[in-house]
Design a protein around this ligand. Structure first.
Ligand code: NIG
Ligand code: FE
Length: 418
């Protein structure tokens, strides 16, 4: 099966030899081909060029089963790479949303047994079928918004049995959805109520029972810890990340959302692929990140939803750091996986330029999932994950027209998503 997209107004993020990630000033530009074509074959990007070049390729119409799409006035982007989500969960938590409007904060809700723990109660009772069915609907929604690669975390089970159940749902989603999925074990999302008086025992359960079992069953790529005030300490995080590494799980952590928690430092020390959230970042944190290969990942949807101060993206990029953007799709702090809105927030609230935001949600997001080789740019040989926009005047129109879905056609793994 082959697809030829012709008359593309702008083909966005084209590279012959793409870098793995873009840092600092490099984030300011997006390589573009005007009036272009893109040819997809065998699930891969096979060829691209200007429409003039297509004219000299005289026999493409003879390719068997070729589907030709005329993208006149439209733009083609590499699909979004959403490197931080919790999109397997049961139900929703709009009751807490109302509590927050009335004045309770996220930590107060957590102390009252709400927050993450209320999703844990629901998930433990839900069947795998029901969780999968709900996750498939969310997957469909994010695909239609232009996402093709996504990282999904466990962390609403918090017992060996329920964490395994969640991770099996992520595996099933991998089979049943065309999304490219990376899976993360987040047993250290919160201390479950039954271990409230004995958190050391819960950490032991994570390191000695959950991690070995999950790794043996091949259910996760990464290991995450919510290293923040009121959740897991730096020492606990260090222990858990090291146990994960011993079993081949690469660290990728929640850090510095609620406080200057030391999470960034302990993540970098353990060679984390990414450290995520980062609402609380100062010069020390920036300095540590500059010495590392860790991708700082910002989740402005969460800051928006919880009314937190936004991460200092401008300062970080100006200091030379790379930045990735992700949705954090979850029922408590960011009940949305709409990446175009995440880009709008990044531009409006964090003063990233549209080019920086697009790079952060594509090439740098792919890096934060260990998918640089196959995702994140328009490059021959990469997996054919792209979206065609509605007719739009320019690339900056995507974050500008906030809240609107300007994605018209999605192609995942070389197939048009219907
Ligand atoms: O990424 N920060 C920790 N965990 C999630 C929130 C999950 C929840 O409230 O259910 C987050 O924001
Ligand atoms: Fe999260």
């Amino acid at each position: 099966m082959s697809i030829l997209i012709k008359n593309i107004k702008q083909l966005v993020s084209v590279y012959e030899n793409p870098p793995q990630k873009l840092c600092g000033k490099e984030m300011a530009s997006v390589p573009i081909l005007n009036n272009a074509f893109l040819f997809i074959q065998d699930q891969q990007i096979s060829r691209f060029g200007s429409m003039d070049e297509l004219e000299s390729w005289t026999d493409f119409e003879q390719i068997p089963d070729i589907q030709i799409i005329d993208a006149n006035g439209k733009m083609v982007f590499p699909s979004w790479c959403d490197s931080h989500t919790h999109l397997v969960f049961d139900g929703s938590r709009e009751d807490e949303f109302v509590d927050k409007i009335k004045g309770l904060d996220y930590e107060e809700i957590a102390r009252r047994g709400g927050g993450i723990i209320s999703s844990v109660r629901k998930l433990r009772q839900a069947s795998e079928e029901s969780l999968l069915c709900q996750a498939l609907m969310r997957a469909d929604e994010i695909i239609r918004g232009g996402t093709a690669a996504v990282e999904i975390k466990s962390g609403y089970g918090l017992s060996t049995e329920s964490e395994l159940k969640m991770l099996r749902v992520i595996q099933a989603l991998r089979v049943q959805s065309p999304l490219s999925i990376r899976s993360t074990f987040l047993g250290a999302h919160a201390v479950p109520p039954e271990f409230k008086e004995n958190r050391a025992e819960y950490v032991r359960l994570i390191t000695e029972e959950m991690i070995p079992e999950i790794a043996a069953q091949g259910l996760a790529d990464f290991c995450d810890v919510f290293c923040d005030r009121g959740f897991f300490t730096v020492d606990e995080t260090d222990l858990i990340l090291k146990a994960g590494l011993k079993h081949g799980l690469i660290p990728k952590i929640h850090a510095n959302e609620l406080d200057f928690s030391g999470g960034i430092q302990v993540g970098v020390k353990n060679n984390a692929l990414s450290v995520d959230h980062l609402e609380c970042v100062g010069l020390d944190e920036i300095f540590v990140l500059l010495q590392s290969n860790t991708m700082p990942t910002l989740l402005p949807g969460t800051a928006f939803f919880l009314r937190l101060p936004y991460a200092p993206a401008r300062k970080m990029i100006d200091a030379g750091l790379p930045v990735a953007l992700a949705s954090d799709y979850n029922p408590g702090s960011s009940p949305s996986g709409v990446m175009s809105f995440v880009l709008s927030l990044a531009c409006i609230q964090m003063r990233m330029t549209p080019e920086e935001a697009i790079n952060a949600a594509t090439i740098n997001g792919a890096y934060a999932m260990g998918l640089s080789h196959s995702h994140g740019t328009i490059t021959v040989g990469k997996q054919a994950n792209i979206f065609i926009t509605k007719p739009i005047p320019s690339l900056a129109y995507i974050p500008y027209a906030y809240g609107r879905n300007l994605v018209e056609t999605c192609i995942l793994n070389g197939k048009v998503y219907a």
